[in-house]
Design a protein around this ligand. Structure first.
Ligand code: AMP
Length: 504
């Protein structure tokens, strides 16, 4: 079944319901949203896009993002959404690797891309796009669950990104797990696109289309905490996906404005480590609005979830432990911890997190070597290290390549980071290993000072002695004004390790 049927059904039963909004302004009801996507699909088919053909999307967040996504699906095509923050050359590389024959762009990104690719680009604010979406529609192309819907390029913290083949069946599994494991969806809700639609926020669009919700794009096209608080106050209840760093910024902005996030129903956070100190502060300020998910492109948004009550229930005797976990397996997957040979380990033992189930990818696009390394006996090897507790809560340690081995003992940087973040002088921190002749690796912490504070290594050392085992303490501290991050806000540990080598 083609995922686009969900749009057709919402248009059929609630065609006059508001669907696409730019800030507070309704730009299309469901009948119009469907007609435009079907019109675009017809034009794509006439232009030669056959089922299975790839079509690029290099657009900032805007309501037409969803028209393009569903238009491609109605035509049976495969969407290739590209992070709008990437350099035009990186976007051109992805288009070429995917074999896309054309792409849709927003005016801020089109001209730069046109300089580095010869592919036909359609600006969604131009007359050609308007003519296409207002033309006659076409019927939904039949698609099987194993047919590709979305070619998702990983964020590539090391080397070139890989294309993850996301099928219609995977997206349906992720979508249907959402109301069961993450958050029930009410037709009166609005999905708010604070994070890039090319990533997790976009993966959550189909379930909100299925339920006939409103879809609100911020007029800024990006993440502005003040703008979000303002829109939420007038157009809630809003649900949205956020990376942990976005939650941190939201808490800071709401505290400065003395608002409690009225109109925000749910913030689903994930995609990177959320430190206990940060989420506890956010829950204290906003109340029980948070749910955590753990996923990766290879099993989009659907490995584990930490429920709203798990996040907020301070009275539970294991609240803090659970808050430091990523929750329990979502309904559509099995989660296990494997040893070096991929054999399952008992609860309490650390190893590589393995996942199998409906939302797991069939493989990487045209990359059998990487696929073979990542899929073993039906299990997705995530490359993340974790431990399952006796109740099935997964504690995510670190990417396996980030684990520090010092004197033969594993040190998980996240544990050291969590400890340092409890110190008032530390605003942000990232811990990496540096080569050491004596120990193999030593622990080094890169610290961003909290406003109005200076970083004092001796004070931090004393603080660590209070919190964690001696051997895990950083041997050195480096103060930075900001941490290097990729376009999704993930800290680039590779650059920190390199920065250390360059200093040495
Ligand atoms: P991507 O495929 O770009 O979405 O990156 C996925 C990776 O982000 C995972 O393999 C984890 O290392 C990390 N990640 C995702 N969700 C979480 C989470 N809730 N907590 C910590 N790390 C996460």
């Amino acid at each position: 079944m083609n995922l686009a049927h969900w749009l057709e059904r919402s248009a059929c039963v609630g065609g006059d319901r508001p669907a696409l909004m730019l800030g507070g302004e309704v730009v299309a009801d469901y009948a119009t949203f469907h007609a435009r996507a079907a019109g675009l699909a017809c034009a794509l088919s006439e232009a030669g896009v056959a089922p299975g053909d790839r079509v690029g999307i290099f657009m900032k967040n805007c309501p037409d993002y969803l028209v393009v996504l569903f238009g491609i699906w109605i035509a049976g095509g495969v969407a290739v959404p590209i992070n709008a923050k990437l350099h035009a050359r990186e976007a051109a590389w992805i288009l070429q690797d995917s074999g896309a024959g054309s792409a849709f762009v927003t005016p801020d990104l089109g001209p730069g891309l046109a300089e580095v690719t010869e592919l036909p680009l359609t600006d969604v604010t131009g007359p050609e796009f308007a003519a296409r979406i207002h033309g006659p529609g076409r019927a939904i192309a039949p698609r099987a669950p194993e047919d590709m819907a979305w070619l998702f390029y990983t964020s590539g913290t090391t080397g070139r990104p890989k294309g993850v083949e996301i099928t219609h069946g995977m997206l349906m599994a992720t979508s249907l797990a959402y109301p069961v494991d993450v958050d029930p969806v009410d037709p009166g809700d609005a999905a708010y696109y604070a994070a890039p639609m090319s990533h997790g926020a976009g993966i959550y669009a189909p379930i909100h289309v299925r339920m006939g919700c409103r879809h609100i794009c911020p007029p800024s096209g990006g993440y502005d905490a003040g703008e979000l608080l303002e829109i939420a106050a007038h157009h809630g209840p809003l649900s949205m996906f956020m990376a942990p760093t976005m939650v941190r910024r939201l808490t800071d902005a709401a505290k400065a404005a003395q608002t409690r996030g009225e109109g925000i129903k749910t913030i689903v956070y994930g995609g990177g480590p959320m430190y206990v100190a940060d989420i506890a502060e956010a829950v204290d300020w906003f109340g029980p609005k948070f749910v955590q998910i753990y996923g990766q492109g290879e099993c989009p948004m659907a490995i584990t979830a930490l429920s709203r009550s798990d996040v907020a229930d301070r009275d539970h005797p294991r609240w803090r432990d659970r808050l430091a976990s990523v929750g329990r397996a979502q309904s559509v997957v099995e989660v296990a911890i494997g040893d070096a040979r991929g054999e399952a380990l008992p609860p309490g033992m650390a190893g590589e997190i393995m996942v199998r189930g409906l939302p797991v990818m069939p493989g990487y696009w045209q990359n059998p070597e990487a696929t073979d390394k990542t899929l073993r006996d039906g299990w997705l090897m995530t490359g993340d290290i974790g431990v399952l507790d006796a109740d099935g809560y997964l504690i995510l340690r670190d990417r396996s390549k980030d684990v520090i081995i010092s004197g033969g003992t594993n040190i998980y940087p996240r544990e050291v980071e969590e400890a340092l973040l409890l110190h008032p002088s530390v605003h942000e921190v990232s811990v990496v290993g540096r080569p050491s002749e004596e120990w193999g690796e030593d622990v080094v912490a890169f610290v961003v000072a909290a406003p109005g504070h200076a970083v004092d290594p001796a004070a931090l050392d004393a603080h660590c002695l209070d919190q964690i085992a001696r051997f895990k303490r950083p041997k050195d501290y480096v103060v930075l004004t900001e941490l290097p991050k990729n376009n999704y806000g993930k800290v680039l540990k590779t650059e920190l390790r390199k920065a250390w080598e360059d200093r040495a």
